[in-house]
Design a protein around this ligand. Structure first.
Ligand SMILES: Nc1ncnc2c1ncn2[C@@H]1O[C@H](COP(=O)(O)OP(=O)(O)OP(=O)(O)O)[C@@H](O)[C@H]1O
Ligand SMILES: [Mg+2]
Length: 502
């Protein structure tokens, strides 16, 4: 018994946290064993990030105790936590985009040499070593802005590891990582485990939880409802614990009936790298058209080019026979196009605004009475979208920054729904969204298709792209390498097409 007790490196006892009237954490108990990975699951807004922020000192808990290595601790802030052996990779990237990669890595703790001068050589050496361990080659002096979202995520992970912590919290670290990057990350995590380091791993991805976690805990509505060894549980049990009911199917029936071709992309090429090469395809009215491809294949670029935010070198886009070669997102929106972007924090939300602002911003003309905006109408629309999306919040006046990550994503969805677009371009729309809410979003997508909207959806998840589309276009290295009927294809064919132009 005594031996087992020693094995616990982190023990949280009776942790409570409220925001105003909203009790977010209710007497949480959690034990993490040394040298293991503890998975943390739960629906959007269940309290996962809040719990970790209370541990990390970003938030102050209202009640409860934290024991690290048997000693009670309470951190005044992240710096305090870092100095005492706890590091955290946050759900949302928080980087200085104009500063270099190496600067970001050492921000606030620059090593100095004996003369008291910042030791740049040492910084670069240590940084290079870190990235090498993660299997990455990175130009350390380039500004963060030049890196892709997934590379920036890897930088955050490298940074957390570099503190030589006893415990590393990873809050949905893989939501924007590519498959090879996830593999590298897991290798690194296993290495850290073998050094006696413990990790807390938050994810909505079941296969990852079973792959990397020794134990798994589930939070539901601020209560910890289950902790088990991953060997002793299964996917259905976890889902039931999370949503309080079992979920028979992961995908609703795709029972829309696509009509005539309505969106036509002809010989589209882009001016700047990564280049799109002579892409042509038609999408039907009321069709859900998937875009599959390896990362870097050009799927996001294709959506962006159609939406007018990326410069065309050649080609035309027609909707209903009319030319739609947009030169800005504004123009695209005016013609009934909408786009959910890959990187929500930078492109999709005004974090200082409330839900009403964020829901109505893309459609302000719609709420004008004379020259003034009609507040009541805006609030009503927001309340409607909160209902449709089941967004977890106190009301339309909540600041967007007070919502959980997944619920912020739902607000973006609501914003576009409110515009009632004819063509809906979606780049990884369910990223960071829990299993139950994913199902609701799939239903919504199918519903929109039934109303005659045309949908192009990018997803990196094979089951998802096979689960909710009518046809799939596969991209490979800037080319459209094939178009297949979803019902008649399989994973092998998609993979084969995605490597055609490599
Ligand atoms: N700073 C804040 N102010 C007010 N409410 C907050 C704040 N941070 C979180 N909340 C609320 O606490 C609840 C839990 O949020 P949290 O971010 O912990 O969820 P989560 O489990 O991490 O969800 P997700 O999977 O979407 O990331 C939510 O209802 C959220 O609105
Ligand atoms: Mg979260």
């Amino acid at each position: 018994m005594a031996e087992q007790k020693d094995d616990i490196i982190l023990s949280i006892r009776g942790m409570c946290k409220s925001f105003g009237r909203n009790r977010v954490l209710d007497h949480i108990n959690l034990d993490v064993r040394r040298g293991t990975v503890m998975g943390l699951m739960g629906e959007n807004g269940a309290g996962k990030s809040t719990m970790m922020k209370c541990l990390f000192g970003t938030y102050q808990k209202d009640e409860g105790h934290i024991f690290l290595d048997g000693k009670e601790v309470s951190f005044t802030g992240p710096k305090d936590a870092l100095e005492n052996g706890i590091a955290m990779v946050h759900q949302e990237l928080n980087q200085c985009l104009e500063r270099s990669v190496v600067d970001n890595l050492f921000l606030g703790r620059y090593p100095v040499n004996s003369a008291g001068i910042i030791d740049e050589a040492r910084m670069k050496k240590e940084a290079a070593e870190l990235f090498r361990n993660l299997g990455m080659t990175v130009n350390l002096t380039q500004p963060m802005r030049n890196m892709s979202v997934s590379q920036r995520q890897m930088c955050e992970i490298a940074k957390a590891i570099s503190y030589n912590s006893k415990i590393i919290v990873l809050d949905e670290p893989t939501s924007s990582l590519t498959a090879p990057e996830v593999k590298k990350l897991f290798e690194m995590m296993r290495k850290l485990k073998s050094q006696g380091i413990s990790l807390i791993y938050i994810s909505h991805k079941m296969d990852e939880i079973f792959d990397i976690c020794d134990d798994v805990s589930v939070l539901r509505d601020g209560s910890l409802v289950m902790t088990k060894n991953t060997k002793d549980t299964n996917m259905n049990e976890l889902i039931a614990a999370m949503v309080g009911r079992s979920l028979e199917n992961r995908f609703p029936p795709v029972d829309n009936t696509p009509g005539e071709p309505i969106l036509s992309v002809q010989h589209l090429s882009t001016k700047y790298a990564p280049h799109l090469q002579d892409i042509s395809f038609d999408v039907n009215k009321g069709e859900i058209f998937g875009l599959y491809g390896l990362v870097g294949a050009g799927r996001t670029e294709l959506l962006e080019t159609i939406f007018g935010v990326r410069t065309r070198a050649a080609g035309r886009v027609y909707y209903n026979g009319r030319l739609m070669n947009f030169n800005s997102s504004q123009e695209a929106m005016e013609h009934g196009f909408a786009m959910i972007t890959e990187e929500r924090k930078a492109n999709g939300l005004f974090l200082k605004g409330d839900l009403t602002f964020n829901t109505t911003i893309a459609n302000l003309n719609h709420y004008k009475t004379g020259v003034a905006l009609d507040d009541q109408k805006m609030t009503k629309a927001t309340v409607k979208e909160i209902g449709i999306m089941h967004t977890k919040c106190m009301g339309p006046g909540d600041l967007i920054s007070s919502l959980s990550g997944g619920n912020q994503q739902k607000v973006i969805f609501g914003k576009w729904l409110e515009r009632d677009p004819k063509v809906f371009l979606m780049d990884d729309p369910t990223r960071g969204i829990d299993v139950g809410a994913k199902y609701e979003i799939y239903e919504l997508i199918i519903q929109m298709a039934k109303q005659g909207k045309t949908i192009i959806v990018v997803s990196s998840e094979m089951p998802e792209i096979l689960g909710i589309t009518n046809r799939i276009g596969v991209m490979s290295n800037g080319h459209l390498s094939g178009i297949v009927n979803t019902k008649e294809t399989n994973q092998e064919e998609l993979l084969r097409l995605s490597t055609k132009y490599l």
